[in-house]
Ligand binder design. Structure first.
Ligand SMILES: Cc1cc2nc3c(=O)[nH]c(=O)nc-3n(C[C@H](O)[C@H](O)[C@H](O)COP(=O)(O)O)c2cc1C
Length: 172
């Protein structure tokens, strides 16, 4: 098993650090992409220190792209997991957008993607988001969560990111 973990800028992205620890405890090989907005919440230094990996974020990376790195990242794995997944990345992916490294790899991937949404309950309930979720499911992608529970914004409802332990249970 080799996992490409894509981290996006939900407030729940701190839980990705625990998911990385899970991978390490289970000796699972992985690579990490984080969207640029993720670094508003957790620093590249923290992610690289915890993971002992380079954290990829730039699409136009001169070193990486010598070997067409975004296609390699998209292909050189058995599973792709987006944890947490913002409303933004879900919708852009559903519409086939490739506006950053994460999305370009997701569109270039040759396998279904596991998506763990995390957002405010009204964002999750929004019919635009639900239409995009439906579309992605129709295209064979897998959704893990979200759960009902207390949300970072102080509200209670559906939109809570599943715990890291849930992810490995769900990978087929
Ligand atoms: C404090 C804060 C918390 C946020 N939490 C979430 C969230 O849980 N889920 C979500 O979909 N967007 C959340 N956002 C909005 C995203 O960060 C924003 O839509 C961003 O453009 C997503 O970029 P990305 O998908 O490239 O990471 C939050 C923004 C802020 C400022």
């Amino acid at each position: 098993m080799k996992i490409l973990l894509i981290i996006t800028s939900s407030v729940g992205c701190y839980k990705a650090l625990d998911l990385i620890r899970e991978f390490q405890k289970k000796s699972i090989n992985f690579e990490i992409i984080a969207t640029k907005n993720t670094f508003e919440f957790i620093s590249p230094l923290l992610l690289e220190t915890i993971s002992h990996k380079k954290v990829y974020s730039e699409l136009f990376d001169l070193d990486m792209e010598k070997n067409i790195g975004h296609i390699q990242l998209a292909r050189d794995n058995t599973h792709i997991v987006v944890y947490p997944a913002t409303a933004n990345i879900i919708s852009k992916f559903a519409q086939g957008l490739c506006s950053d490294l994460a999305l370009t790899c997701m569109i270039a991937a040759n396998k279904p993607i596991y998506i763990a949404p995390a957002m405010n309950k009204e964002m999750w309930a929004n019919s635009l988001i639900q239409n995009n979720v439906k579309l992605l499911k129709e295209h064979g992608h897998h959704f893990i969560g979200p759960e009902d529970g207390s949300l970072a914004c102080g509200e209670y409802g559906s939109g809570r990111l599943v715990n890291p332990g849930e992810i490995l249970n769900q990978l087929k």
